[in-house]
Design a protein around this ligand. Structure first.
Ligand code: FAD
Length: 304
């Protein structure tokens, strides 16, 4: 199996997700190469071929020029799989590569299952196993789905890439998501409200427990989308990444996009009516209970 990983470079830095791409390749086994439009000062360490172009010339992102560069790497490597992260870079570029080659795109891969790959469906409630009917196939990997691998003491073999043509898009600026001044990354205790909380009013139960524990309130995306808590409290791949000593997940199912933001937590307590919710996979302690009944009891106990 030949795998071409597409690494990312953003705001002057090689993306940390490069280690997840290498983790995927490691889990798959086989021959690894990588393509990167980045900085010669920040090359990934791995044992393989690196098709490299300088972002100083081609920009950190230009959909058309980067596509042309990557197609060169594909031609040189003839890979079985072309693997992106499921990030804004991958969302934009992976379909362009798939369309240019006329090959399958498996989007949001969360795992491997025999010869197939697992992806989520039904708003993340179910998993399905899919197999590409073409070779090569293009994949995007969900952040946090594969372990990070950071080989040490190895350097790739450099193969320069070059492309001509005028850019068809103009890059203007990065706009980081606003956290509204809430920095959850420094909190040692986070009590997170999930959709299972049920309503804006009941978020108060979560806040009371956070206060009793001297911690902060976090939120899953549906809670933020519903306007029950501000966006700055969202934890996950499109929110903040946190690593508190104690993480209490209240009515949180444990979708992979949420886990990506809290997997660095020390001790995880999950409170859920569903004993089979995916959060169980990362929880140190599961309390199977209705949070409306359990949270006031726990908070009162802590206060006494
Ligand atoms: C591109 C993309 C990016 C995303 N980014 C993020 C992100 O950054 N962060 C994020 O969180 N999500 C993100 N999501 C959404 C993610 O896929 C999930 O939909 C979301 O995390 C689910 O939130 P939840 O666990 O609160 O809700 P649900 O999945 O609906 O889970 C609710 C849970 O509450 C439990 N429950 C229900 N009632 C009770 C009760 N009375 N007592 C106790 N438990 C109860 C249920 O059993 C269930 O497990 C993203 C999705 C996409 C596609």
């Amino acid at each position: 199996m030949k795998v071409l990983l597409v690494a990312e470079y953003r705001q002057g830095r090689l993306a940390e997700s490069t280690s997840e791409l290498l983790g995927f390749a490691d889990a798959l086994g086989g021959d690894v190469s990588m393509a990167l439009v980045g900085s010669p000062d920040q090359l990934p360490g791995f044992d393989g071929r690196l098709h490299f172009a300088d972002a100083g010339i081609y920009g950190e992102y230009d959909s058309e020029l980067h596509k042309r560069l990557l197609l060169q790497a594909v031609e040189a490597e003839t890979p079985d799989l072309i693997v992106f992260m499921h990030s804004s870079y991958g969302w934009d570029l992976a379909p362009r590569i798939s369309a240019a080659l006329g090959v399958a795109l498996l989007s949001g891969v969360a795992g491997m299952d025999g010869d197939g790959f697992t992806t989520r469906c039904c708003n993340g409630k179910m998993r399905r196993t899919v197999t590409a009917m073409t070779s090569p196939a293009v994949l995007t990997l969900l952040p946090g789905a594969f372990p990070s691998v950071q080989p040490e003491g190895v350097s790739p073999e450099l193969h320069p890439m070059a492309a001509s043509g005028v850019p068809v898009v103009e890059f203007i600026r990065y706009e980081p998501p606003s956290t509204g001044g809430i920095d959850l990354t420094r909190s040692d205790v986070i009590v997170c409200a999930g959709r299972g909380v049920g309503s804006r009013e009941k978020v108060g139960l979560v806040r009371a427990l956070a206060d009793a524990l001297g911690g902060e309130v976090g939120a899953t995306r549906p809670v933020v989308d519903a306007g029950w808590l501000e966006h700055g409290r969202q934890i996950g791949s499109t929110g903040q990444s946190v690593s508190p000593g104690l993480y209490v997940a209240c009515g949180v199912s444990g979708a992979i996009q949420h886990l990506a933001g809290m997997k660095g937590s020390g001790f995880v307590i999950a409170l859920n009516t569903d004993r089979d919710a995916p959060i169980v996979e990362v929880a140190d302690l599961l309390v199977v209970a209705d949070l409306e009944e359990f949270l006031p009891l726990l908070t009162a106990k802590l206060g006494s």
